[in-house]
Design a protein around this ligand. Structure first.
Ligand code: SF4
Length: 290
């Protein structure tokens, strides 16, 4: 729980505060831009107190999603309602789970609502209100783990919801050795008629992206957008092979999608798959992959 006595000096005066336990994961700045400030990886602070109901609601979604419980509200007003408001829809059938986990350094997790069975992409924190909401939404059939770093509470989701977990063999570790569906090799694998797993080695050896309906690409830490919506990838957070990551980025040019939804960084969309492909080609060229 955030401690008022430890609020950071940069906080704007008022009810909402960030304390010194912040790890700078960016979750609050992504969920409530403008309310929370801070550098790309530095400690966050309350840049200004929320004005009106919608801003307050977004700020409280950030409060309940903070992986280290570093955000507090002196009044506690609206916090209980916010805890039951996630996941939140960001596109038709695509929901942001919030409830980031510290063990994945606050990575985003996404819920895909589909008649054939819901899919969770990466693992949020297994908080009780989130589990209850997921059950009410029909549960989770498949948990797609983009790579080894963002697996967080996967075992608890498996126990609570019975979901089948998917992870590439190259990213298996002691804690994930018993996942139900192990991807192998470098070729795309159809998980269902509308779901395609695409190996994108680079950030880690077993990184994989998930393409849904030729529209939404869930990229883990392979590809993301900056706060202005520009596509990004970086050698500085590449843990396995930058050359392989460049090849994987180039390979994505042959797929059709207009959304990128990452683990870290910001999601982004383009008006068409062609526009996304143009921007991805520009990124590949800028990074030296072509
Ligand atoms: S969500 Fe929490 S840990 Fe992450 S940047 Fe905001 S205050 Fe810090």
């Amino acid at each position: 729980m955030a401690l008022l006595a430890h609020r950071v000096p940069e906080d704007a005066p008022g009810d909402l505060f960030v304390d010194t336990s912040c790890i700078g994961c960016d979750t609050c700045r992504r969920l409530a831009p403008g309310i929370f400030g801070g550098g790309a990886s530095g400690r966050s602070f309350v840049a200004r107190q929320p004005q009106g109901e919608e801003e307050r609601r977004r700020a409280l979604l950030a409060l309940v999603s903070c992986p280290t419980a570093s955000i507090g509200s002196a009044s506690h007003q609206g916090v209980a309602e916010a805890s039951r408001a996630l996941p939140e829809e960001v596109a038709p059938g695509v929901l942001d789970c919030g409830y980031a986990a510290e063990s994945s350094y606050g990575a985003s997790a996404w819920l895909l609502r589909r008649p054939e069975g819901n899919v969770l992409v990466d693992s949020p924190r297994a908080a009780r209100p989130l589990l209850e909401r997921l059950r009410a939404m029909g549960g989770v059939r498949t948990m797609f783990l983009t790579h080894r770093d963002d697996v967080a509470d996967h075992e608890r989701f498996r126990e609570a919801l019975g979901c089948e977990r998917v992870l590439h063999e190259a990213d298996l570790a002691r804690g994930t050795a018993d996942v139900e569906w192990v991807l192998e090799g470098g070729e795309p694998v159809a998980l269902d008629h509308d779901l395609l797993a695409i190996p994108v080695p680079g950030h880690t050896r077993g990184s994989a992206a998930l393409l849904w309906k030729h529209t939404y690409l869930f990229t883990g830490d392979h590809l993301w957008a900056d706060p202005e919506g520009r596509l990004e990838a970086s050698r500085s957070v590449c843990w396995w092979s930058w050359e392989a990551q460049l090849r994987s980025l180039e390979r994505l040019l042959s797929f059709e999608f207009s959304w990128v939804l990452p683990g870290h960084g910001r999601p982004t969309r383009r008006e068409s798959p062609e526009a996304m492909r143009r921007d991805l080609a520009d990124l590949v060229e800028r990074l030296g992959g072509r």
